[in-house]
Ligand binder design. Structure first.
Ligand SMILES: [Zn+2]
Length: 187
C-alpha cells in the first residue's frame, strides 16, 4: 500500500478526525487519531499490519510488544505476519509494566509496535519497562507517526503513514487564539 492508500483507509474508517483537541500529552492539535476505528476491521488490520511489519522482515524479530490498549491488536497482527510472539505492557505506577506472566529473555529480538506516535511517550514507557530484561531492540513500528518524524523514543522509528499535523503547547495554540471550542477526546 502507498501512504496515500493508507491515509484513505484511515479517513474512510474514521480514524483521522479534524477539529481542536487536547491530546493526552497536554498539547493541542487540529487532528485526533482514533486507531481502534480501523482495528475493528480485521481485513484492514491485516493489510496495515503487513505494511508495519515490512521494514522489519528479515530482522529476526522474536517478540513484538505494544502498549495496552491501543498497541495490543496491532502488536498481535504484526507478530502474526512476522512469525513472532505478541505481548503487551500495561499502565503501572505512572509508567508501564509487563504483567500476566509475559517475559522477555535476555537478548531476545524485540520490535515495539504502537498505533500512533506523537510525543512517543508511551513507546518510551514500553522501552523502560522491558529494559531490565536486557532485550535487543530491533526498532519501533507505528501505524501513524503524527510528529513529522520528530518523535525520538530512543530507538529507530518506522511508520506506515507519516502525518505532519499541528501540535502546540496550549499557550501557543492558534485554535485557542481563534476561539475554536476545545474537545477532550475520550479514546
Ligand atoms: Zn488549543
Amino acid at each position: 500500500m502507498t501512504e496515500a492508500e493508507i491515509q484513505a483507509v484511515l479517513e474512510a474508517t474514521g480514524v483521522i478526525r479534524r477539529g481542536h483537541f487536547r491530546l493526552t500529552s497536554g498539547k493541542h492539535s487540529d487532528v485526533f487519531l482514533l486507531c481502534t476505528m480501523v482495528a475493528q476491521h480485521p481485513r484492514h488490520l491485516e493489510r496495515l499490519a503487513a505494511e508495519m511489519a515490512a521494514p522489519f522482515r528479515g530482522a529476526g524479530v522474536e517478540v513484538v510488544v505494544g502498549p495496552a490498549m491501543g498497541g495490543i491488536l496491532f502488536a498481535y497482527e504484526v507478530a502474526r505476519t512476522l512469525g513472532a510472539r505478541a505481548i503487551f505492557t500495561e499502565k503501572s505506577d505512572g509508567g508501564m509494566a509487563l504483567r500476566r506472566g509475559f517475559a522477555i529473555a535476555p537478548g531476545e529480538r524485540v520490535l515495539v509496535v504502537e498505533d500512533a506516535i506523537s510525543t512517543a511517550g508511551s513507546v518510551r514507557n514500553v522501552l523502560a519497562a522491558i529494559a531490565p530484561m536486557r532485550p535487543t531492540i530491533v526498532g519501533v513500528s507505528a501505524l501513524v507517526d503524527r510528529s513529522g518524524g520528530r518523535a525520538d523514543p530512543g530507538a529507530p522509528v518506522r511508520a506506515a503513514l507519516r502525518l505532519d499535523v499541528g501540535m502546540w503547547d496550549p499557550q501557543a495554540c492558534p485554535l485557542c487564539r481563534a476561539g475554536v471550542p476545545l474537545t477532550e477526546p475520550k479514546a
